[in-house]
Ligand binder design. Structure first.
Ligand SMILES: NC(=O)c1ccc[n+]([C@@H]2O[C@H](COP(=O)([O-])OP(=O)(O)OC[C@H]3O[C@@H](n4cnc5c(N)ncnc54)[C@H](OP(=O)(O)O)[C@@H]3O)[C@@H](O)[C@H]2O)c1
Length: 262
């Protein structure tokens, strides 16, 4: 996790940001990076075992030497009532406007088509990676002021055709479709909608992916033949959340060290 010694420019001072699935992994680093730039952050998590991590992150954010605040909310995105729980908690803590929504929470599943239990496996992935994103984004809409930012966390897998993870990769392809259509719908007041598609980054989720896929990606990554870091992805998200990205919308920005180049 990034330290507190030197804070970057406070480009997000006074902004309110929700980052789903931010108790650990990439989401935790995104929440911290947004807070380091001045945002007040809402951290969401699901499991009892993640509660202490979420609360520690809230403390770490409050301890930053700027005025950023944070709250944590337990909300499983499979539950269709969770979007209202998250939005209500956000408005109660930080007032009537939500400026940044990062749809980061996601689940992976490694199963070939022939092995899937359907429709259960489909539901287990799509309820979180697609339906939850649609429901939360719709719930946030009435509270978005002009020039808001919606950032959906996709994956290079959305366009890569990896074997054995088709429910995951197709859910991310759906997310990229939502990103483009919402960019078309919401741009009138300066709101932008973009996706960030990371390559492999060390996390609990990466540990569930076939190591052969990860090795193939590392071997073919132009930048230093390595996996990425959560900090490297968080920096891209924070840039999209900030004012410098105002003319970028409907894009999928790959953060993969050049493994994917389009
Ligand atoms: N790591 C990679 O290599 C990689 C690459 C490309 C894209 N991504 C994408 O980046 C995002 C974050 O991945 P990660 O690697 O950081 O994953 P992770 O380490 O597995 O963390 C997942 C986070 O999402 C939360 N979460 C899980 N199920 C949820 C649900 N049903 N409702 C709400 N939140 C839920 C978890 O909360 P709890 O702690 O409470 O379980 C946790 O905070 C995902 O969308 C993933 O697809 C990751």
């Amino acid at each position: 996790m990034a330290g507190n010694s030197e804070l970057p420019a406070q480009t997000l001072e006074g902004k309110v940001a929700i980052v789903t699935g931010s108790s650990r992994g990439l989401g935790a680093e995104m929440a911290m990076d947004l807070a380091r730039r001045g945002a007040n952050v809402v951290i969401t998590y699901t499991s009892q075992s993640s509660e202490s991590k979420a609360k520690q992150l809230v403390s770490d954010i409050k301890a930053l030497s700027n005025s950023s605040e944070a709250i944590s909310v337990r909300a499983d995105m499979r539950d269709t009532s969770s979007p209202k729980v998250i939005v209500d908690a956000t408005l109660k803590a930080f007032g009537p406007e939500i400026h940044v929504l990062v749809n980061n929470a996601g689940v992976a599943l490694s199963k070939n088509l022939s092995e899937m239990s359907l429709p259960e496996d489909y539901d287990s992935v799509y309820e979180v990676n697609v339906r939850g994103v649609i429901l939360l984004t719709q719930a946030v809409l009435p509270h978005l002021p002009p020039r808001s930012r919606i950032i959906n966390i996709s994956s290079v897998g959305a366009r890569a055709g990896f074997a054995g993870v088709s429910l995951y990769t197709s859910s991310k392809a759906a997310l990229e479709g939502l990103t483009r259509s919402w960019a078309g719908e919401l741009g009138g007041n300066g709101t932008t909608v973009n996706a960030v598609a990371p390559g492999p980054v060390k996390s609990d989720m990466l540990d569930t992916i076939d190591p052969k896929i990860v090795k193939m990606q590392m071997d073919n990554t132009p930048v230093q033949k390595r996996v990425g870091t959560a900090e490297e992805v968080a920096g891209v998200v924070s840039w999209l959340a900030g004012p410098e990205s105002a003319w970028v919308s409907g894009q999928v920005l790959c953060a993969s060290g050049g493994w994917m180049m389009y």
